[in-house]
Structure formats: C-alpha cells, structure tokens
Design a protein around this ligand. Structure first.
Ligand code: IDP
Ligand code: MG
Length: 140
C-alpha cells in the first residue's frame, strides 16, 4: 500500500474554484487518481478525521472550516505516494511552502491551505478507508 495516499481538496480551494487547477497539478505530477468524489463532511466526520489534533488550539476552527463547504477526496497512486504527495503540496503554512507547490500556489492561510495529504503509509491506509469503500477504488 505504500504506493497510495489520501488527498483532499479542501473547502477554501473548492470555494475559490481551484478544483480543476489542483487536479491538473496532481496529474501533471504523475499521480494516478484511483478514486475521487465530492462530499460535504459532517461535524462528526471532521472531528473523527482530525481526532489526532483534538488537543490543539486550532481544532474547533479546523472542524468548522472543513465542514464549511464541500471537499473533493481522492486516492492517489504513485511510487512512494505519501512522500511524493507531501512534496507536491508543500509545507502546512503556505508562507513556508516551496515555490511551485500547491499550497504555495493556491493556499491562503495555515488553516485554509487548499489540500490535505496523509503523513505516513499507516495513516494513508486508515484515511483511504475512512472515505472509500473497496468497490470505489480502481484495482489494477
Ligand atoms: P498537514 O495538513 O500539513 O499535515 P497538520 O499539522 O496535520 O498539517 O494540521 C492539519 C490541518 O490543521 C492543517 O492542514 C491546517 O488546515 C490546520 N492547521 C495546522 N496548524 C494550524 C495552525 O497553527 N493554525 C490553524 N490551523 C492549523
Ligand atoms: Mg497532517
């Protein structure tokens, strides 16, 4: 499974009509999209997805942000997908994201940072299963 990761195009990017540009960026960087759907997270789902951050001061604002509008969730496939996708999105804070990364190009603030990426193979497996059932993911 180390060739898969979970990506989310977050509500700020959807609101800013950047979905197509971000999907182009994904494809131009050699990722295959093996699952994709547009969803609107419930508060309960957002809380569970970000449970690892529940003690952080930004947790409740993060949950509000992630439920403020729809997201696009994707399963991406590429060799060493987790690391490759983290490199493609850039640092959490867009002010620190390298030039040409998605967060550098399309994000506004450390919270409204356009995209999500799994941080480990273990979490990628959990996060993909959080959003997709097995029959929603292309097999090849
Ligand atoms: P990551 O998305 O780069 O993995 P995490 O530390 O896992 O960053 O944080 C999850 C999300 O929480 C971030 O993408 C961002 O939306 C939000 N976040 C992280 N740090 C802060 C902060 O200091 N202030 C406000 N929001 C934050
Ligand atoms: Mg993270």
């Amino acid at each position: 499974m180390s060739n898969r990761t979970l990506a989310i195009i977050k509500p700020d990017a959807i609101q800013n009509r950047l979905t197509g540009k971000i999907i182009d960026h994904i494809l131009d960087n050699g990722f295959d999209i093996i699952a994709m759907k547009k969803i609107h997270l419930s508060v309960a789902e957002a809380k569970e997805f970000y449970a690892i951050h529940k003690e952080k001061p930004f947790y409740s604002d993060l949950v509000s942000f992630m439920t403020s509008g729809p997201c696009v969730v994707l399963t991406l496939q590429k060799e060493e997908a987790v690391e490759a996708w983290r490199n493609t999105i850039g640092a959490t804070d867009p002010a620190e994201a390298s030039p040409g990364t998605i967060r550098n190009l399309y994000a506004d603030t450390v919270q409204n940072n356009a995209v999500h990426g799994s941080d480990s193979d273990e979490n990628a497996i959990k996060e993909i299963a959080f959003f997709f059932s097995i029959n929603e993911i292309l097999m090849n």
